[in-house]
Write a protein of this length. Sequence first.
Length: 241
Amino acid sequence: MFWKALGNNLILLVTLPFVTIGLALFLAFMLNAAGGPRSGEIRGVRGATFYRVVFFFPYVLSIAIIGVLWMNIYNPINGLLNGGLRAIGLGHLQLSWLGDERLAFWAVLAVLVWNGVGFYVVLFTAGLKAIPASLLEAAVLDGASRSQVFFRITMPLIWENIRTAAVYLGIAALDAFAIVQIMTGGGPNDSTQVGSFYLYQNAFSYGRFGYASAMGVVLFVVTLALSAFTLRATRRERIEF
C-alpha cells in the first residue's frame, strides 16, 4: 500500500506542476501582456484587474473549506456539478466523481490545480512586471506574434520564477495530505491514497509509529532529492536586462 500511495504522489509530481505552471503562465501573460500596445504601453486583456481577484480568491480560502466545498460540488445526488449538467440537458454525463476509483484521483487533482493556480499567476505577474515594457513593445512593433513574445521573450526572462514554482509544486505533490483526508479519506479502494495520509493512518489509526516514522524518512529524502534535482536540472544562464 505504501508503494501504491507513493505511486500516486509520483503521478501528482508529474501532472500537478506541469498543469498548474502551464495554466498560470498562460493566465499571467493574458492578464499582463496579451492586450497589445495601447497609448504606448503593453497591457493585459480587458478586465484584467477583475480577473486577478477571481483567480487569486481560491488561494485565500483554507484547505479545509476548499475540501468541504468541492466535496459538496462533486456530490452525485445534489452537487453543483451534476446539477449543472442536468440543467443544460447533459444529464447523461453525470458521474459519481469521488465514488468512482477511475475518476476520484483526477477530481482531487483538479481541486489542487484550482486552489494553487491563483498564487502562481501572482508570482509570474511579479516577474512580468519586472520586464522592461520597451522589450515587449519592440517585439510587437517588429511583428512578433503573441506566441513568439511569450516563448522567446517572456519565458526566458521569468525563468527563475518558473523554477521556484516547480519546487513549490513538487513539494505540494509529495504532500496532498489535507485535501485527500477531507475529500476522500484515501478511497475509493485506495485510489487516492498518498504517502503523507498513509503515514498518518499508520501512526494515529493503527498505532504503528515505527513504520510511520520510516515512511516519514523516505518522504523526507525523496522531497529533498527532488528539490535539489529540480533546481539543478532547470539551471540556466541568468539573463539580465
